[in-house]
Design a protein around this ligand. Structure first.
Ligand SMILES: N[C@@H](CCC(=O)N[C@@H](CS)C(=O)NCC(=O)O)C(=O)O
Length: 238
């Protein structure tokens, strides 16, 4: 009789509008049972530390409890779940090129692609930060000026390089690492979707391959299911 893998005990701590979405989608793709604990950002947009730091010292989401072992970092969570429960979502290890591409995107997504996008949010926060009324007319133009300088001199070129690179990678590929969906696509989907419609210049006209790729991902049944769960939880789709 074939040995069966025992059903894992999985709890996903899911923060709204966050990378937690990757894991929700992955768990659906893997058809794994899981318990979902939604956590809402506070007014400062951060996770409530009284909950988050109880779970993990850094208090960053997603956080997954897998058979009582607490895992953080979406890359580690994606790799671990796929390695143990979803080999279909990784390329054949014998295909070295695909395997290296898979590992590359696991690191690239959080290591190089996402940081300038996060910095954009911080810079935008500086531009709009509240000021006492009597400082408004003196300081606001200074804040706006600093924010625009950082955007044009650093963030725009970084984003453009990243988008052009991914665009060229998708020139004759349906998915980023292999000829099927892999964890690499799940890792890259979040920052790409977050950038769509938000980052100036990231248009369908300039980056048609990426936009078509995102539409392909969005048509997958389990992506739709995860997006619906998110929509129900926070009142807006992913
Ligand atoms: N590299 C980490 C980043 C985790 C992270 O920064 N998560 C954000 C949400 S996308 C978070 O928890 N923010 C809330 C906070 O910092 O309080 C990962 O991929 O899991």
């Amino acid at each position: 009789m074939a040995a069966t893998t025992p059903t894992p005990n999985i709890k996903l701590y899911w923060l709204n509008r966050s990378r937690s979405q990757r894991i929700l989608w992955l768990l659906e793709e893997l058809r794994l049972p899981y318990e979902l604990t939604p956590i809402a950002r506070g007014r400062n947009q951060l996770a409530p530390t009284e909950i988050s730091k109880e779970l993990h010292p850094l208090g960053k989401f997603p956080i997954l409890s897998l058979n009582d072992q607490v895992l953080a970092e979406s890359g580690l969570i994606v790799e671990t779940l796929i390695e143990r429960y979803g080999k279909d979502l990784e390329p054949e290890r014998s295909d070295e090129q695909e395997w290296l591409r898979y590992r590359y995107y696991m690191h690239y997504a959080e290591g190089s692609f996402t940081p300038p996008l996060v910095m954009r949010l911080v810079v935008d926060g500086i531009r709009k930060s509240p000021l006492p009324w009597f400082m408004e007319w003196v300081l606001r133009p200074v804040l706006k000026n600093i924010a625009s300088k950082v955007e044009t001199s650093y963030l725009q070129p970084q984003d453009q390089t990243n988008f052009s690179f991914v665009e060229s990678q998708l020139q004759d590929r349906t998915y980023l690492a292999a000829e099927k969906l892999t964890g690499a696509d799940i890792m890259m989907s979040f920052p790409l979707l977050a950038a769509r419609g938000r980052v100036p210049g990231f248009t369908k006209e300039l980056y048609p391959n990426i936009h078509a790729y995102l539409e392909r991902l969005e048509q997958r049944g389990m992506f739709i299911k995860a997006a619906k769960l998110t929509g129900d939880l926070e009142g807006e789709p992913l």
